[in-house]
Design a protein around this ligand. Structure first.
Ligand SMILES: [Zn+2]
Length: 281
């Protein structure tokens, strides 16, 4: 059973990555209001809703605008084209992204993403993925907005593209976050050097995962954010249940254990980092 009051202290948590519009919730008879009420009872007071294509960009923005403040939860959104969907990217897509970012603050859009490369599923041709990733990095620079990186089995090419932008001064000083970090310690450290935050979620709590805790241990505190990637990647001990932002305290607790601090301290730091990353307070 889900325990909605796992955390009973006074710290606040920021789930920086939760797809709360996902169809899976309707399949489980869960609506947005239920999700936000469970956030409230778990101390989760801010949630960013990321997008992966044009349709979910619209859903993320609509939800953030409609439900911001419900149950005292602050909501933000992003717009962007995930590498899986890179093959659908057209001039119209680009116009859509630009017009969304035009008045982004009123629409609560705080990032461009998810963007990046995914050579694990290869759902779009790799050359197309690289091209669409670079195009969106350019848009991010133009609109001065952080990016949400999705990278899977493509670390080499992803770093190559980012290095080029970094060298040419075309990344912001706070360029964005490597969401659901699965790369090596070495790669994560290079990302941190370029100014990226590293996002940790459910896999940090998985017992057979040795790599991610090692990355967390070695990532400086001021570069860490926590996330759930809901509805996927439910953290221990709730694996098997659909994931929701109310589970982010479990990720925070594991992070606190790895770093040797209290959960309240880890919550405060990651909360402040999330606000800094997305330029909100
Ligand atoms: Zn995601």
């Amino acid at each position: 059973m889900r325990d909605p009051v796992y955390y009973s202290g006074s710290a606040e948590f920021f789930d920086t990555h939760a797809h709360i519009y996902d169809r899976k919730y309707a399949d489980c008879n869960t609506n947005v209001e239920d999700i936000l009420l469970r956030c409230k009872s778990s101390g989760v007071t801010s949630v960013l809703i990321p997008a992966d294509n044009e349709e979910t960009s619209g859903l993320a923005v609509d939800l953030a605008m409609k439900y911001d403040g419900f149950a005292g939860i602050t909501l933000y959104s992003s717009v962007g084209i995930h590498p899986h969907e890179a093959k659908t990217y057209t001039e119209e897509t680009e116009d859509f992204l630009r017009s969304s970012l035009e008045d982004r603050k009123e629409k609560r859009i705080m990032a461009l993403g998810e963007i990046g490369l995914d050579y694990y599923y290869d759902l779009s041709e790799r050359s197309v993925q690289r091209e669409v990733f670079a195009k969106q990095l350019e848009i991010a620079k133009e609109y001065d907005v952080p990016v949400i990186l999705h990278e899977r089995d493509a670390t080499g090419d992803c770093l190559d593209i980012l290095r080029r932008f970094y060298r040419e001064g075309r990344l912001r000083s706070l360029p964005g976050v490597c969401h659901c970090c699965s790369c090596s310690l070495e790669a994560s450290q290079e990302l941190v050097k370029m100014g990226f935050y590293i996002g940790f979620d459910g896999p940090l709590t998985f017992k057979n995962n040795k790599k991610t805790p090692e990355v967390a241990r070695n990532t400086p505190w001021d570069r860490i954010v926590i996330e759930t990637d809901s509805p996927y990647l439910t953290p221990e001990p709730n694996r098997g249940l659909i994931n929701e932002p109310c589970h982010v305290p479990y990720v925070c607790a594991r992070l606190a254990e790895i770093k040797g601090v209290t959960i309240d301290e880890a919550a405060q730091i990651t909360y402040d980092n999330g606000k800094m990353l997305y330029g909100v307070n």
